[in-house]
Ligand binder design. Structure first.
Ligand SMILES: C[S@@+](CC[C@H](N)C(=O)[O-])C[C@H]1O[C@@H](n2cnc3c(N)ncnc32)[C@H](O)[C@@H]1O
Length: 271
């Protein structure tokens, strides 16, 4: 299946491997680790990380004794994930291959959980997102768990206000389109996320239901904690880091304040 060339070009820059180890990625990774620990079935369960990128979540899950299959359409990411897996020989990934969320190379009812962190925001048509969700449902065993990450429709608006980017008319035009349609297209001179679709939490829940999944909850990942000035400096101080995590937890049920949100759903026992 074809990926839009600008998405491939964006990830071929090779920046994704460092994303969760710097800036706001630190908060995302810490919060996702606690959310995954709460909602995934216990290890050793089988997890498919679809859109797993360079394998940061996948390798952490493998290190936590899960059997992890990683699938990603960008060959560079798959190579990076294989290298990361080799670096933890006691807990390697179970498999790692190039593939698309709309046509996943895994058998029916073969996994206990699916992590989708990428496909739902890079597939810009609802039909494609539903294809990806139905593929997740197909490979899940009955009562298996889907953990699906989306980007909030207000993410660019909030960061644009905080950083003064909204004073630029091209940026403001982009924000207008996002709020009206969910479609995110970066203006050429802006070095921000490439082509994507941004969700309102209620539409995310609706898409999961439309794909035949039982929506459990949608949580904000970073919540307003990501807005603190000099974030990385605060994160390095243990007591401030704990405060930021507490703030994120306190407002997790208002996911629209958060740049990323995560929806949890189950495959019904009797499809
Ligand atoms: C921001 S990265 C996140 C990577 C990884 N999940 C993480 O959080 O570290 C988004 C990922 O989605 C992947 N992606 C984009 N379109 C996809 C599709 N149609 N199917 C599967 N993955 C896709 C990209 O290749 C990229 O690795």
């Amino acid at each position: 299946m074809k990926m839009p060339p600008e998405i491939t070009a964006f990830y071929n820059e090779g920046k994704e491997a460092g994303r969760l180890f710097q800036g706001l990625g630190l908060l995302e990774f810490a919060r996702m680790q606690e959310i995954l620990s709460q909602y995934l079935p216990p290890a050793p369960a089988v997890v498919a990380d679809i859109g797993g990128g360079p394998g940061t979540y996948a390798c952490w899950l493998a290190g936590s004794r899960y059997a992890v299959h990683l699938v990603d359409p960008v060959p560079l990411h798959v190579e990076q994930a294989k290298t990361a897996s080799l670096e933890q020989p006691a807990y390697p990934l179970t498999s790692c291959c190039v593939g698309d969320a709309r046509c996943v190379p895994l058998a029916d009812t073969s996994v206990d959980a699916v992590l989708l962190h990428g496909p739902l925001y890079h597939l810009t048509s609802r039909d494609d997102r539903l294809l990806a969700l139905r593929e997740a449902r197909r490979i899940l065993r009955p009562e298996g768990v889907l953990v699906a990450v989306a980007i909030s429709v207000y993410a660019s608006t909030i960061v644009g206000l905080v950083r003064g980017w909204v004073w630029d008319s091209d940026y403001l035009g982009m924000v207008r389109e996002e709020i009206a349609t969910g479609q995110h297209r970066r203006p050429p001179q802006w070095d921000i996320l490439t082509t994507a679709f941004f969700h309102h939490p209620k539409d995310l829940a609706q898409e999961l239901t439309a794909a035949g999944l039982q929506h459990t909850v949608t949580l904000g990942i970073q919540d307003p904690a990501w807005l603190v000035p000099e974030f990385e400096q605060c994160w390095r101080e243990v007591s401030k880091r704990e405060t930021l995590m507490q703030v994120a937890r306190l407002v997790e049920h208002e996911p629209v304040h958060s740049p990323h949100m995560v929806a949890v759903a189950r495959k019904p026992q009797h499809p």
